[in-house]
Write a protein that binds this ligand. Structure first.
Ligand SMILES: NC(=O)c1ccc[n+]([C@@H]2O[C@H](COP(=O)([O-])OP(=O)(O)OC[C@H]3O[C@@H](n4cnc5c(N)ncnc54)[C@H](OP(=O)(O)O)[C@@H]3O)[C@@H](O)[C@H]2O)c1
Length: 314
């Protein structure tokens, strides 16, 4: 079978398509015929060696972490699934494993039944960003219709789900996007939209109870300027040093810096499946065939897309 691997850290050029044996499964595993894999920024951060501390430096490495597909074979202990079922999921260790292959063997605990109203590319786009959106929502605590919430970078994969979950809760959100994404941000639930190519949100008068930075470009020090005295800064793109230091500093400061480290689970996928049944939309703006994996990453790494980019395996 074909799989995408790389033998050293680097840019898109290190990606290779190789032939390797179909993986064998253990009792608690499923063998999945992969139909789609979505692209996440973590794929290229790992590939470029920016997350070496967690990914390690052994090669070859596979890539692509969330997927949708069809159960080809269920291990003897994976009794919740049967051959032919449509599923979606995430590799068990997102730092060390990859789903971009024709078949993957994966613990049944990392796989869930695909929502019937989603295509394979849409379902593959849910686990990583969906789990983070749920985690961010939970960390916001008790938000009311009066809470002032800012989402910076609101129309990528994570923002797409977070905006719509907040809308389902009746929250009022200011979204920061590029010009072409302003309409979609409104459609997904933003009450007010600021175009970052024309206005600097940091120099405006508004103050927020919650600031979420999905662009990775704002940072806590900048965000402080637009936070109310007891506000939260929710940060899913922390620098490694911020993971312990934010916790410690929060003991002494009122404007809290909350690092988000999420993991897809049955609980958060159930919540998302319910939200999807309730109308939450998964927009996959661009789908590339498996043979064009490099082009898919080249496109995604440039940014400027709305929602998600996915790779389809026929
Ligand atoms: N910690 C966790 O558990 C976890 C889980 C999932 C994701 N993440 C991280 O969370 C971040 C967001 O994920 P994602 O999948 O949504 O990424 P994404 O699809 O690349 O979205 C990033 C968004 O930031 C916007 N942006 C770029 N420059 C900006 C600027 N200067 N000001 C405001 N917005 C700007 C982009 O808009 P344009 O493209 O229109 O410029 C895009 O909509 C990524 O860094 C990802 O690695 C963390």
């Amino acid at each position: 079978m074909k799989a995408i691997v790389y033998q050293k850290f680097g840019g898109i050029d290190v990606l290779q398509t190789i032939e390797e044996p179909k993986p064998a499964i253990q009792a608690n595993h499923l063998l999945i015929k992969v139909k789609a894999v979505s692209i996440n920024p973590m794929d290229w951060k790992i590939r470029k060696g920016e997350m070496k501390l967690m990914s390690g430096s052994t090669f070859p490495k596979h890539t692509g972490v969330d997927f949708a597909g069809i159960v080809e074979e269920a291990g003897t202990a994976a009794t919740n699934f049967k051959k032919g079922e449509e599923v979606f999921g995430v590799v068990a260790n997102t730092m060390k494993e990859g789903a971009l292959a024709e078949y993957i063997a994966i613990p049944a605990s990392s796989v869930w039944k695909k929502p019937v109203n989603l295509s394979f590319t849409q379902a593959a786009s849910v686990p990583v960003v969906g789990a983070a959106a749920v985690e961010i929502l939970q960390k916001m605590g008790n938000i009311t219709a009066h809470s002032q919430i800012l989402i910076n970078g609101a129309t990528g994969g994570l923002g797409m789900i977070l905006l719509q979950l907040l809308k389902q809760q009746g929250a009022k959100v200011t979204a920061v996007t590029s010009t072409k994404a302003m309409d979609v941000a409104k459609k997904w639930g933003a009450g007010r939209v600021v175009d970052y190519t024309k206005e600097n949100i940091l120099s405006q008068q508004s103050r927020y109870d919650v600031v979420v930075d999905l662009s990775g470009k704002m940072g806590y020090t900048n965000a402080r300027q637009i936070m109310k005295p007891k506000a939260l800064f929710l940060n899913p793109t922390p620098k490694p040093i911020e993971i312990p230091t934010a916790l410690f500093k929060n003991l002494f400061i009122s404007k809290k810096h909350i690092v988000i480290l999420s993991k897809p689970s049955a609980k958060n996928m159930d919540l998302l499946s319910a939200a999807i049944r309730n109308g939450l939309q998964i927009q996959v703006s661009h789908v590339f065939p498996f043979a064009q994996t490099k082009q898919a990453y080249q496109f995604a790494e440039q940014g400027g897309y709305i929602g998600k980019v996915a790779i389809e395996i026929s």
